[in-house]
Design a protein around this ligand. Sequence first.
Ligand code: CP
Length: 348
Amino acid sequence: MTGQHLLSVDDLGREGIAEVLRVADAFAEVERRSIPKVPTLRGRVVATLFFEESTRTRWSFETAAKRLSADVLSFSAASSSVKKGESLRDTVETIVAMGIDAVVVRHPSSGAPHQVAGWIGDRSHVLNAGDGWHEHPTQALLDCFTVRQVLAERRGESPAGIECFEGLRVLVVGDVRHSRVARSQVLAYHALGAEVTLAAPGSLLPPSLEGWPVTVAADFDRALGDAQVVSLLRLQTERGSGAFVPSLREYTAGWGLTNSRVRSLADDVIVTHPGPMVRGVEIAGDVADLPVTVATLQVTNGVAVRMAVLFLLLGAAGGSVPSVPAGERQEAAAHGEDPEGAKVSAGG
Ligand code: CP
């Protein structure tokens, strides 16, 4: 990763995505240790700046930063001086003035993290944790990581490469129009060589697909049967999706992964969902609990992937983490950290 910030999957390209996945492999291994913590970012400060609700992304970034031994500051607009009228710019300047090393931004406005990055320049690092309808790059990265992991395990491959994505048939289903996850997924899967198809009612497709490297399914049920990966999206009701479908019941009947539709899936399909899931709408409750649905594994992998992006942005100057001096190894152990984790290298 060469840039100062992670705002879009486009900041990475194919090689950058592959690097994140490789480094995340190493951090997934750290997570399996008895003490899943390494001193890599000790002394660095990561702030999560969330102007919109989140469970997974906020906790995942905060867990990742803590496992790298960074100090974590958690900002919530609802309990901040934003409520007194402070602007986004003044909020950001205040945070950066405290010497914060990275700011993880979620905002309901598309482009807000780009604006923040423009103000911050090289004084800190900005990571996009989801902006409006625009992008959610770390979600797409953890989705790719999970698909690659499942395919590699099935095929007995270790280490996993990115060749598994070549020609992989990925079907993205649901509210594409309002989904930042879909936009990042399309960029990531396409960059890795997958064939992406969209399935949605016309009202929930973007007004224009010009420049999107996708096809649109003519027959949803046939496309489901043909897919190797089915990526389900939630109806983004907070972004007005309810007005784009006649009723939830009709949406589910036409586009939900219902119990009856599961029968048309390929035996070895992988079903992903970024969460939060709305059981009974885009996915039947029983289907969410089937082994083919990997939503929980995605959450687990999100921590390793976010450790990787924090490491690559903040800690990997020169391509690898400096080895831990002997004195620090004892200190790390005293802090309950695993000093071996510092051997994680960007080279994989
Ligand atoms: N997938 C996702 O972004 O979930 P949260 O909104 O809970 O962070």
